[in-house]
Design a protein around this ligand. Structure first.
Ligand SMILES: [Zn+2]
Length: 164
């Protein structure tokens, strides 16, 4: 179920990636799941998104293999949550690139608000989407921390919250 024009047959991989990632809600859902927000209700609340819009994007993300829908542990009722797959986790540098570009070229509503990306290996703040300038190693889900614009006091270690 594509959300827009079918670009899966394009020669350029940027176009083929946009076939999956070219929808703003898809990218924001991935951002939430990276921070451990994995359930329909909590995603809906965080994104202030309509049920139908969220449900359609989640289906696409599952269909495309970026998220997997699994039973939620810790409740007696049968509830489902969305878990990041390796293919989904591979989008981390894409989100980082958007965050870094946004800091450079757009204006936050409150001065100084930003997503800050940290290397959990050495503690250095990241200046690049996919590697740490401090220790010259790649930034992966297991080695990255975020301070989100709305809650900069919390350092979220993606490795412990973003995956199960
Ligand atoms: Zn580092």
């Amino acid at each position: 179920m594509a959300l827009r024009s079918e670009w899966t047959g394009q020669a350029c991989p940027i176009a083929r990636s946009l076939d999956v990632l070219g929808d703003p809600w898809v990218v924001l859902i991935l951002r939430e799941v990276f921070t451990g927000n994995r359930r329909f209700d909590t995603l809906k609340a965080a994104l202030e998104i309509a049920d139908t819009v969220l449900s359609r994007r989640l289906s696409v993300l599952v269909e495309q293999g970026l998220l997997s829908k699994e039973p939620y542990a810790g409740t007696t009722r049968k509830r489902m949550e969305y878990v990041m797959t390796d293919k989904g986790a591979d989008t981390l540098p894409v989100l980082h690139a958007l965050g870094l570009w946004g800091r450079r070229h757009t204006t936050p509503p409150v001065a100084g608000q930003a997503l800050r990306i940290y290397c959990m290996r050495c503690g250095e703040e990241a200046e690049h989407a996919d590697w740490c300038v401090g220790c010259a190693k790649p930034l992966t889900v297991d080695t990255t921390g975020w301070r989100r614009a709305r809650s900069p006091e919390i350092l979220l270690e993606l490795g412990s919250v973003g995956r199960r």
